[in-house]
Design a protein around this ligand. Structure first.
Ligand code: SF4
Length: 666
């Protein structure tokens, strides 16, 4: 029962049918041909899936505050017609949608806007190459007016509400924080003057849209920046916004430049709800909690405990547009859960690409990938139940084919079974649960503990075969590698060998990082994170110490220059920081000499040294396991996907994508 989730709520004159908001995300569809139509389809599908309210990605209120042409904009009247395409499609699905009014301030990239970024003070952001220009009095007035006129355009375009973006370190947040606002005029200095810009924006937007039109304000509940706004000031600011006439406060956590993980898989679920709860206790308007909430049952618990009034989920709506509808119908096991990996959403956006989703590659291809029933029903074998094979089997069965899935291990999952053991990566269990449920629901015949052979597949009369047999770990040529204390990475993940306390890992890519993580500890806490977790009472000192005490001494060795290759941009820094903090030593640009009983002999900077080890683990990449493909070629139409096609780092994103593609091609 989701009684609290399904409780309608009023925001201004608008009544939402439930308490789940799809939070603002930039997905980059605008840059594709027919981008706005695609974006409209993207939102419409989430509306049909039961989101109570959708908040769009940020729409720039001024060109210098935007992210370039590929973002939605709302600073010209001609933008209204474009935006109306979105509202009409969402309304056809009986959904409600708010436009987010956005100004990046010093985070705006001159490289894309072609304009100097502006800010309260001329202080360059650590994540931007350009120093911003300080806004003068007239510039401030023009910017406030732009938020108000953007809100009016949103109204004219048919939006049901607006959300003012005042968190994440963007312009309004920059005015509020003493770190970024060092003015000594009426817009900076003491706390009262630093609040003036945000409060003025809220007031002017309210005046512009009238009393009844819902105005949400996304405020920063916790900047996670040293010496920034205090909790007391944050609560005071929340009360000021309430007075200024906003209808709800949506609580953001962290700035883009903060060094504390806020949404990655390593952050425990719901870790920041306490921030929204504090704000809720300070005001009388509805408060929205967010960050690492990916299960509607969890949202129900949070609401039932009275910790907030609404819950905002963003990425979970990428992973499964139907998350609310399925949950309301009690079909929790059918939800494709966001695993907070960031690999296909945020990592894509930071690389300037269109967002997709690792567990749901249909994101951004809603129309062209809509599943069509197969014209001829075929008997199809899928060999290998790792992520590529699982997705292929799911899509093929969904399209009406008769599917048999072969797996030589006794369980499905392939290398997902490695990843899910890594501390902080338990969310991969959800992906396995999702596929398990789908295979049963779709009637896929699963043959576990069965190694398929070419002759048998031909004999059984399969019309087509998909080979998703994964990889074979690669053994580099190092003298001494046949010694008994030298093991392969897969043997460690499969618990076939014991690992001693002094470990050398040959390799320093994504798999080696995962292994190190598994071997040294349970949770991820960087020094900066530790400071905040203590300061804000997320963990007590004892719990923190337990997490910080390493069990083993681990060295990662690499011939090349870089460690952690294959990890995503948005998570690599935190993973490496955690490993270093736990004493994992990473030696790069080395030459292997030999492995001996006492350790691994290497040369580094021209000097020979021995790295002591009781266990040496080889994690030096892999080669495709494609023998079955070659044995079948020419006998049956056969398709090669995932690691069996191209071995690399553990790449569940590519594996699932290729499974989805082949599932549509047969
Ligand atoms: Fe969630 Fe990963 Fe998909 Fe992003 S790519 S929505 S984090 S599962």
């Amino acid at each position: 029962k989701l009684a609290n989730v399904q409780q309608p709520i009023r925001l201004g004159a608008m009544t939402l049918p439930n308490r789940i908001i799809m939070g603002s995300m930039h997905v980059g569809l605008e840059k594709l041909p027919n981008g706005v139509e695609r974006l409209a389809d993207f939102y419409a599908e989430r509306a049909s899936g039961g989101a109570g309210l959708i908040v769009t990605g940020g729409a720039a209120v001024l060109p210098e505050g935007g992210m370039g042409e590929v973002y939605c904009n709302v600073f010209l009247d001609e933008h209204i017609e474009q935006l109306r395409i979105i509202t009409e499609k969402v309304h056809q699905q009986k959904g409600k949608i708010a436009l987010q009014l956005f100004h990046a301030g010093r985070y705006a990239y001159k490289e894309v806007t072609g304009l100097d970024p502006v800010a309260p003070s001329p202080l360059q952001a650590p994540i931007n190459r350009t120093q911003p220009r300080e806004l003068d009095e007239a510039g401030i007035e023009r910017t406030i007016a732009a938020f108000a006129s953007g809100a009016v355009r949103a109204q004219k375009a048919g939006f049901d509400a607006v959300e003012i973006m005042g968190s994440e370190g963007y312009l309004i947040n920059q005015f509020l924080s003493p770190v970024t606002n060092q003015r000594q005029d009426e817009w900076g200095g003491d706390f009262g003057r630093r609040t003036r810009f945000g409060v003025e924006v809220a007031k002017r937007v309210r005046e512009a849209v009238g009393r009844d039109f819902p105005v949400l304000f996304r405020m920063s509940g916790l900047d996670l920046i040293p010496d920034s706004t205090t909790i007391e000031e944050t609560l005071q600011f929340a009360r000021m916004l309430e007075e200024a006439g906003v209808d709800a406060l949506n609580i953001g956590i962290g700035w883009h430049e903060s060094k504390v993980p806020t949404i990655s898989m390593m952050v425990p679920r719901g870790a920041y709800v306490w921030v929204a709860q504090q704000v809720k206790e300070a005001v009388h308007i509805p408060v929205i909690a967010s960050n690492r909430i990916n299960d509607i049952r969890h949202a129900e618990e949070i609401l039932q405990a009275g910790r907030c009034d609404l819950v905002s989920l963003a990425r979970p709506f990428l992973a499964d547009p139907q998350i609310v509808a399925k949950s309301v119908q009690g079909r929790f096991d059918e939800v494709n859960t966001c695993i907070a990996c960031n690999q296909a959403c945020l990592d894509h956006i930071f690389d300037g690409k269109v967002a997709s989703c690792l567990v749901n590659p249909m994101v951004g291809r809603e129309v062209e990938w809509a599943l069509a029933q197969a014209t001829v029903r075929k008997k199809v074998a899928v060999v290998g139940a790792g992520p590529a094979g699982l997705e292929a089997a799911r899509v093929l069965a969904e399209r009406g084919h008769e599917v048999v899935l072969f797996e030589k291990q006794e369980r499905i999952g392939g290398q997902l079974n490695y990843a899910r053991q890594v501390p902080g990566k338990a969310e991969f269990n959800e992906t396995l649960r999702y596929y398990q449920t789908q295979l049963v629901k779709l009637g896929v015949e699963v043959r576990l503990g069965t190694e398929a052979s070419a002759d048998e597949l031909v004999r059984e009369g399969f019309a087509e075969v998909v080979i998703a047999t994964g990889v074979v770990p690669r053994r580099p040529e190092i003298a001494g590698q046949e010694m008994p204390h030298v093991v392969m990475y897969n043997e460690v993940f499969e618990h076939k060998v014991k690992v001693a306390s002094k470990v050398v890992i040959v390799g320093a890519g994504g798999i080696a990082c995962d292994l190190s993580h598994l071997l040294v500890h349970d949770e991820v806490i960087s020094p900066e994170a530790a400071e905040y977790l203590l300061a804000y009472r997320i963990l007590d000192a004892k719990a923190l110490h337990k997490l910080q005490t390493g069990k083993r001494k681990v060295f990662m060795l690499r011939r090349g220059k870089h460690v952690g290759t294959g990890l995503g941009k948005t998570t690599r820094w935190a993973t490496l920081a955690y490993l270093k903090q736990n004493g994992v030593e990473m030696l790069t640009e080395i030459e292997y000499k030999r492995i001996a009983e006492e350790g691994v002999y290497i040369t580094r900077n021209g000097e020979e040294q021995v790295i002591p080890a009781d266990t040496v683990i080889i994690a030096a990449g892999a080669t495709p396991n494609d023998a079955l493909y070659h044995a079948l070629a020419g006998r049956i139409p056969v398709h090669l996907i995932g690691g069996a096609k191209e071995a690399g780092e553990l790449d569940a994103k590519r594996a699932i994508l290729e499974g989805a593609q082949v599932g549509r091609a047969i």
